[in-house]
Design a protein around this ligand. Structure first.
Ligand SMILES: [Zn+2]
Length: 157
């Protein structure tokens, strides 16, 4: 994203042109989550009227509070306890059931694909074995003639 790592002028600067130099570029999440002070909120709302880039960022982020609001206190506490060590918070039963259904569906599908590939491989091997083991048919006449011509002097003749 263009917003990450871009130069940001200090708050209160007058470089309010849209783009990477937007001083309000990092305010979108705080605004959506309602963590701006009332003065900052008013300032940012005024900026939103003139900046399509920030309006778009707010629109993109505005769907995030709903999923976040589904977390209850225990979920948040579990996330806090897990912290950056990689602990995984326990999943809600609905989410867990949905995940289990998806995983079992994918496993069934991959088993079906694997058995189909195995059957196809077995069929190719069987057909290849038949072709390899098949008698090579009648010897062409010219070869027969050549064999007779070469072997005649060594036999009883
Ligand atoms: Zn902006």
């Amino acid at each position: 994203m263009k917003r990450v790592g871009g130069p940001v002028t200090p708050f209160g600067g007058r470089n309010a042109s849209p783009g990477d130099n937007d001083e309000y570029a990092l305010w979108d999440a705080a605004y959506v989550l309602g963590s701006l002070s009332s003065a900052d909120r008013s300032e940012y709302q005024a900026h939103l009227k003139t900046c399509p880039s920030c309006r778009q960022a707010v629109a993109e982020l505005s769907c995030m509070p709903a999923p976040l609001s589904r977390l209850d206190g225990e979920d948040v506490a579990a996330i806090d306890e897990g912290g950056p060590k990689g602990g995984v918070p326990p999943l809600r039963p609905q989410v867990l059931n949905s995940l289990q259904a998806k995983v079992s569906h994918r496993r069934r599908r991959s088993r079906l694909v694997l058995s189909t590939v195995t059957a196809a491989t077995a069929a190719v091997l069987v057909i290849g074995t038949f072709i390899a083991m098949r008698p090579s048919g009648p010897i062409p006449e010219s070869r027969t003639t050549a064999y007779v011509d070469v072997s005649c002097p060594n036999n009883l003749y």
